[in-house]
Design a protein around this ligand. Sequence first.
Ligand code: GCV
Length: 843
Amino acid sequence: MRSLLWLAVVGLAVAEDGLAAWLRYARVPGASRHLGKLPSAVVTLNATKGYPVHTAGQELVDGIGGLFGKKLTVAKSKPKGTTATVGTVSAYVDKNPSAAKGLPDLVEDGFYLKISKGNVLILGQNERGALYGAFHYLSVIAQGNVSDFTLTSNPDAPVRWVNQWDNMQDGGTHGSVERGYGGDSIFFWDGHIREDLTRAGQYARLLASIGINAVVANNVNANASILTPENMDGLARIADVFRPYGVQLGVSLNFAAPQLLGGLDTFDPLDKAVVNWWQGIADNLYKRIPDMAGYLVKANSEGQPGPMTYNRTLADGANLFARTLQPHGGIILFRAFVYDHRSLNQTLDWKADRANAAVDYFDGLDDKFEDNVVIQIKYGPIDFQVREPVSPLFTHLRRTGATVELQITQEYLGQQAHVVYLAPMWKELLDFDLRVDSKPSTLKSIVSGKRFGQKLTGYAGVVNVGTNTTWLGSHLAMSNLYAYGKLAWDPEQTSTGILKEWTTLTFGHDKLVHDVITKISMESWPAYEDYSGNLGIQTLTDILLGHYGPNPGSQDGNPWGQWTRADDDTIGMDRTVWNGTGFAGQYPPEIAAMYENIETTPDNLLLWFHHVPYTQKLKSGKTVIQHFYDAHYKGSATAQTFVTLWEKLKGRIDKERYEHVLFRLIYQAGHSLVWRDSVNQFYFNKSGIPDELGRVGNHKYRIEAEEMELKGYKSYRVSPFEAASGYHCVVTETNSTVGTATTKLKVPSGKYDLAVNYYDMALGNSTWELFVDRKLVGKWKGDLEYELGRAPSPYIDGQTAARKTFRGVRVKKGSELKVVGRPDGLEPAPIDYISVLPEGTVD
Ligand code: GCV
């Protein structure tokens, strides 16, 4: 009873599954004191059900009800008492012509707020802007600020889209999400649009609250069948659930659809029949969805068809769609992620470089695009890596507008199983000055259209939410979605400011909760970079499989072009003009000169631009190889602290989210050690250069499973070798044999943390039991594939390597330590090693 009372006092929701994200409208501390400063009724101007002004009215009622327990009524005209009036500027001026003079200029989607003694005026340039204003007001009061203020807020750029990479189906019947770690598609099922689109509507609500104005629902690797009449009807239903939130629908197209779906014998963009076919598609879509945003197209990339199949230019391809959209007011985002992986040869061509592709393909086309074409450019020249320079293509398009493509789904950044707060990385990219014509030319000034004056510019975020109630598979990952919307609206906002807002709205006002989430989040990207790939070498993940766990060797020797060119003595891509791939020369002269010269290239991009010996000295005075070793130790040490920091929050937030996050942070702490040891072991093995501090390859607390006394278990050589301590693990002799690995401990009697490193493959759910002197310390199951959304793997490798730790276990000198592994399915209960760690030690 007491604890229930206490929860009520501090305003905590008792159990939360994450579905409401930052729109929980949880009671504000001391709510009753503020009632007089709030409106008593809502007036909506010219509201129509199903449109944003009506939604805004509803949100104000729900929001103020939830946040303060004050019940508001909705009225069409001004009632007695304080009111919240919401509508468009024009609707307001129609009613109050004399007010026009005092109102500020708003750009499309902008809003104006005036809060005065409980009276609230919320005006949007359009209906969507009015809804944004309502959400903004609710966010301010949810943070406990009920004072008077006036605010004019205009978006920095008109295009603020998200891209979902949702497949219509994936082999079986379900709609999967490419690089999605939060469950199945909320839009598609069994090749069709879902009947129940409740989640799609809830998604639109979240997106509207952060200023996102369009969603492309289907994967850029598009299935032509999205354009069947039945699926077009389905798309119209998605647009219907988006519309109340002012979110427009966009559609990804398959360039070969005229052939695949239309029965034509060509998809040549200059063929008349093809042009007519696409015009018919646009007309049919707009008949069903008059406010459709437009298209997204990935062409001639990673096996996708495109105009170059017919020796046409990318502009020919983009313009084909652009012209069919013009009568309807739609726009096309045409992706610059164009490269031909089949033509890249690492061994034969020192100058081959995937990073060159975008500029190579788009240079000279700037004045060839129709006005409603926007080029969508990934932030870096390769592919959402942990560290990349800003794509030079942004400086080559001065007439045609560009959007920067950011990735909220953490494909190469821990797949939501590792916490990585991305706003600091995005800020660094957006603030980077590309010095076009030797003038200030930050990326944010280019994508806002201010630098070159284009009208259509902005942001595209790959989000990939799924049916999981947490949306992204992890509560903490949602700060990235929130930050994406906030930065697309206003890139001047700070990473910490955005985080503070998000934390209050998501977890409440407790200072310790804020301190912990801020510390973990702000340290998370540097830590991840430290343990996953530093000095600009990119994320050293498994490039051929899930893009998740460590596998430095997989980067090279294949045509995917994410090369490191590491050999026994040297490492890095030479992208200089004088001796390398010439990529540095794609930047404006000042930036090109900086990257061309090893002395002026920042350390964190050294290996992106230069090929150097492992003994090359950095500006810090360390060698490249010692920096690798140290950074991997440092980053993984930071990840361990996330667990203890989070544990301070026990009882201060609801149990459901506390446990959910804790589970992931413990997993991350263990997996960061897998990253550390794999990468360090790989380069130690290659270079033969020992770690000055003697850590790499020396693990005095570890007992290798293959060196224990084995019964029913056998030694197994792991591939890649660096994914196992001592290159080996043990696996059960057959799929049904129970394995035991036993040893006598030689450590002095005392309390220890016992950490078991094992592999949790997606082929079964083995169980393991750990005993000390025949007493069960603990048991666990190999079911991470259900607990974590990260790409599942059937292999014993860096993706599946995991750690289970039992803290403070009492052992005696000579105690018997035993692990019993029970295989399941094709998973042979693999164990790598057991660390017997004096308390507080990590290894
Ligand atoms: C949707 C990377 C990803 C692919 C993705 C592609 C793209 O290569 O691994 O899953 O495809 O980028 O952005 O088109």
